[in-house]
Design a protein around this ligand. Structure first.
Ligand SMILES: NC(=O)c1ccc[n+]([C@@H]2O[C@H](COP(=O)([O-])OP(=O)(O)OC[C@H]3O[C@@H](n4cnc5c(N)ncnc54)[C@H](O)[C@@H]3O)[C@@H](O)[C@H]2O)c1
Length: 354
C-alpha cells in the first residue's frame, strides 16, 4: 500500500496532537517535524523516531514528504502554506486558515495553480454526534431550517493563556499575529459548524465585539454575530473566553427546523425532538463531556484519516480551502460590522486585520 510522507510544522499545543494523530493514520507515514525551537523539534523527533528540522525550507526540500501539516501561530499560516505549495506539497493547515481573507484567497488560488490539495482543520465536524446531526438535517428529519444558534462560553486567562510564557506573548492576544480573539481563535469552530449545518452559505452579517474582562490583550474576549443564510433562515453566535467560574464553561449548538429541534452540548447530541418522532439514540450528556474541546486527538486523527484517504484516492479533501475560508469571512464581517456599525453583505469586498 502506498504511504503518504507527512511533515508537521510547529510543535506547540496542537502540533503535538498532529504528530500523535498522524502516527495512527493508515496510509500515512510521519517523516519529519520542524520547529524553530530546536530542543522541541529534537525531542519530539526522537520520541517518535522521525527526522528533525529547524527551518521550513529544510523540511520542504525533503523529497519523502508529500503532505505538510501546519500548526504554527496563525499569522504564519498563509506564508508557510504558500511556500509549501510552491514546493509541490499538499497542505493541511490549522484554523484559522490565515488571519486575512487575502492570505486565505491566495492559498486557495495557489493550490489550484500548483495542482495540490489544501485542507483546513475543523475537527469538530468529525465528532460522531455532529456527523449524525448533519445527516439528520440533510435527510430532512428537522424539516426546513429556520434558525441555528451557538454559544461558546469559555474561559482563557491572561496569566495562564495569553501571557503564559514568551512564546504565548509573542503572538496571542494581538491583532497582527492572532488575527482576533474569542471568535477568531476559539469560536471559529462553532462559526464553521453553524455554516456547515445550516447549508453552507451566509449572505449577511451583523456583529458586535468587545474586550470586557481581559484588560491587557488587544483582541476581543466576547463576540456576538447574527446572520442570514442564503435560503433565508437566520443564525446567531456568542463566543467568549470570559466565563467564570471555570467549571461553568460550556458549548451549545441549537438547530431549529419547522419539523424538529436538536441541541448539541459540547460534543454530544443532547436533545432531539421531531414532529415525525425520529427515535434517535440521544445520548445523555455525561459529566466528562463538560471538558472544553481544546485538543481532541481522536477527532484530529479521524479528520486526518479522511484527508489521507482523499489523497490516496485522488478525491478532494473533505474540508478544502474553499470551505475553510467561509468561517473566516463571516468573522471578518462580524468585526467590520461592529467597527462600522453596519450590516455586512457577503461576499465581502474588503479585508481587515484591525
Ligand atoms: N484545531 C484546534 O482545536 C486547535 C487548537 C489549538 C490551536 N489551534 C491552532 O493551531 C495553531 C498553533 O496553536 P498552538 O496553541 O499550538 O500554538 P503554540 O504557540 O503552542 O505553538 C506554536 C509552535 O510553532 C512554533 N513555531 C513558531 N514559528 C515557527 C516557524 N517559523 N517554523 C516552525 N515552527 C514555528 C513555535 O516554536 C511553537 O512550538 C494556531 O493557529 C491555533 O489557532 C487549533
Amino acid at each position: 500500500m502506498r504511504e503518504i510522507g507527512v511533515g508537521v510544522v510547529g510543535l506547540g499545543n496542537i502540533g503535538v496532537t498532529h504528530v500523535r494523530a498522524f502516527m495512527n493514520v493508515k496510509g500515512a507515514k510521519l517523516v519529519a517535524v520542524v520547529d524553530t525551537l530546536r530542543e522541541r523539534a529534537d525531542s519530539i523527533a526522537k520520541m517518535y523516531g522521525v527526522k528533525s528540522y529547524y527551518t521550513l525550507e529544510d523540511l520542504l526540500r525533503d523529497s519523502e514528504i508529500e503532505l505538510v501539516s501546519i500548526a504554527t501561530p496563525s499569522y504564519l499560516h498563509a506564508p508557510q502554506a504558500i511556500y509549501a505549495m510552491e514546493y509541490g506539497k499538499h497542505v493541511i493547515v490549522e484554523k484559522p486558515m490565515d488571519i486575512t481573507l487575502r492570505g486565505a484567497k491566495t492559498m486557495i488560488e495557489r493550490a489550484r495553480k500548483n495542482g495540490v490539495k489544501l485542507g483546513v482543520v475543523f475537527q469538530q465536524r468529525f465528532a460522531d454526534d455532529v456527523q449524525y446531526l448533519k445527516k439528520l438535517i440533510d435527510e430532512g428529519a428537522l424539516g426546513k431550517l429556520f434558525f441555528l444558534s451557538a454559544e461558546m462560553m469559555w474561559w482563557r486567562s491572561e496569566k495562564d493563556y495569553y501571557f503564559k510564557d514568551e512564546l504565548a506573548r509573542s503572538w496571542r492576544g494581538l491583532w497582527l499575529t492572532e488575527g482576533g480573539g474569542a471568535i477568531t481563535n476559539q469560536g471559529i469552530h462553532y462559526v464553521d459548524l453553524l455554516i456547515w449545518l445550516g447549508g453552507g452559505r451566509v449572505e449577511e452579517v451583523i456583529g458586535l465585539i468587545d474586550r470586557l474582562t481581559h484588560p491587557n490583550i488587544e483582541v476581543e474576549d466576547i463576540a456576538l454575530g447574527m446572520f442570514r443564510y442564503m435560503g433565508g433562515h437566520l443564525g446567531n453566535i456568542v463566543a467568549t473566553v470570559s466565563v467564570q467560574p471555570q467549571d461553568a464553561q460550556y458549548t451549545k449548538i441549537k438547530v431549529f427546523g419547522d419539523e424538529g429541534y436538536a441541541e448539541i452540548h459540547d460534543r454530544n447530541l443532547a436533545v432531539l425532538k421531531t414532529v415525525k418522532g425520529v427515535e434517535a439514540g440521544v445520548k445523555k450528556v455525561e459529566e466528562g463531556a463538560k471538558e472544553t474541546l481544546r485538543q481532541p486527538p481522536t477527532l484530529h486523527q479521524k479528520m486526518f484519516q479522511s484527508f489521507v484517504d482523499a489523497l490516496l484516492e485522488d478525491r478532494d479533501f473533505p474540508i478544502p480551502g474553499e470551505e475553510g475560508i467561509k468561517s473566516l469571512e463571516v468573522i471578518k464581517a462580524i468585526y467590520l460590522s461592529s467597527k462600522l456599525g453596519q450590516r455586512m453583505k457577503l461576499p465581502l469586498d474588503i479585508d481587515m486585520v484591525i
